[in-house]
Design a protein around this ligand. Structure first.
Ligand code: C2E
Ligand code: CA
Ligand code: CA
Length: 293
């Protein structure tokens, strides 16, 4: 009976929050998946103390000049036996298990530490975007944490940009309040993955954001077809009307870049310019003539 109840509970949890699925059958893989998650969690705790998480940096460029104007910090797990593990393999697990904030606090601090080191070495500090998960807001006081970091590392608020995914905004007073306070302190707020969710337009109205970051699918599905060009133009028009800048991410080809130029998109990020890279490679890139700003 105990096992039957456990299995029923596991099956139920597999459809928790999925409002269209009302029935779930238990499968042995569900237990395996749970065990894998538990293992990942345990390992992440160890990895944090061992400093196995590193940041890779991806340039964001001005569409017109093609110069670097910013960087996004993306986390990677340098696993002692599995090599580099991409965030898709562990971030969702951490988000589901209320552990993402521990990692994000570490990432935000690493980002601040790097900006401080650029300034101390006499370089032009480049604004860095970090990612904020919705789960962070429930686990910690995000405003206090970020304010504490910029003051500890003595940074201008404008040097730390905050990317919050669109779905995280959904009908959430706590989120709206935190975003308003962060914006009031002088942080730049980006709405990440814009256009991938269902409530984009409603959210735009409620959130005091600065920059729209168009979802990758948006750019990659963009074709010569008039309808799809129309959506890009409409979004650009909307952004202008609301006084927002626009970053397009996932730009992989010259053709995509040209279309974005034509549409008057402000910034671009993607493999066409550079893949996310370790800090030493990025600094090399800057030394080799790719000037910032
Ligand atoms: P994101 O914030 O939307 O980040 C953009 C993702 O697109 C990155 O994947 C990046 O490597 C990838 N990308 C950039 N340019 C291109 C391109 O031209 N083509 C294609 N196909 N992909 C491109 P990555 O690094 O695997 O990160 C995946 C997601 O994990 C991120 O999506 C973000 O939501 C999350 N993430 C990464 N680092 C952190 C972190 O420190 N904290 C939190 N909470 N989430 C993070
Ligand atoms: Ca992002
Ligand atoms: Ca994104």
């Amino acid at each position: 009976v105990v096992t039957a109840c456990d299995h029923a509970m596991i099956a139920m949890n597999s459809v928790k929050g999925a409002y269209t699925k009302r029935i779930a059958w238990y499968e042995a893989e569900m237990t395996e998946e749970m065990e894998t998650e538990a293992k990942i969690l345990l390992e992440v705790k160890r990895a944090l103390t061992n400093h196995e998480f590193v940041l890779h940096w991806q340039p964001q460029c001005n569409t017109r000049t093609e110069r670097i104007v910013g960087l996004e910090a993306l986390v990677r797990w340098q696993h002692p036996s599995r090599g580099i593990v991409m965030p898709g393999a562990f971030i969702p697990v951490l988000e589901r298990n209320n552990f993402i904030a521990s990692l994000d606090l570490y990432v935000w601090e690493e980002a601040c530490r790097h900006i401080r080191s650029w300034i101390d070495r006499g370089g032009v500090p480049i604004p860095v975007s970090v990612n904020i998960s919705r789960a962070d807001l429930y686990a910690i006081d995000v405003v206090e944490a970020l304010e504490g970091l910029v003051s500890r590392y003595d940074l201008d608020h404008r040097l730390l940009e905050l990317e919050i995914t669109e779905s995280a905004y959904a009908e959430d007073e706590k989120m709206a309040d935190a975003v308003a306070r962060l914006k009031g302190l002088g942080f730049t707020i980006l709405m990440d993955d814009f256009g991938s969710g269902y409530s984009s337009l409603n959210m735009l109205n409620k959130m005091p954001i600065d920059i729209l970051k168009l979802d990758m699918k948006f750019i990659q599905n963009e074709t010569e077809k008039q309808a799809s060009q129309g959506i890009l133009r409409f979004t650009m028009g909307l952004a202008r009307w609301m006084d927002l800048s626009v970053v397009a991410e996932g730009v992989e080809t010259r053709q995509q870049l040209e279309r974005l130029k034509k549409a008057d998109c402000d910034y671009v990020q993607g493999y066409y310019f550079a893949r996310p890279m370790p800090i030493n490679e990025f600094e090399e890139l800057l030394r080799n003539g790719q000037t910032a700003m």
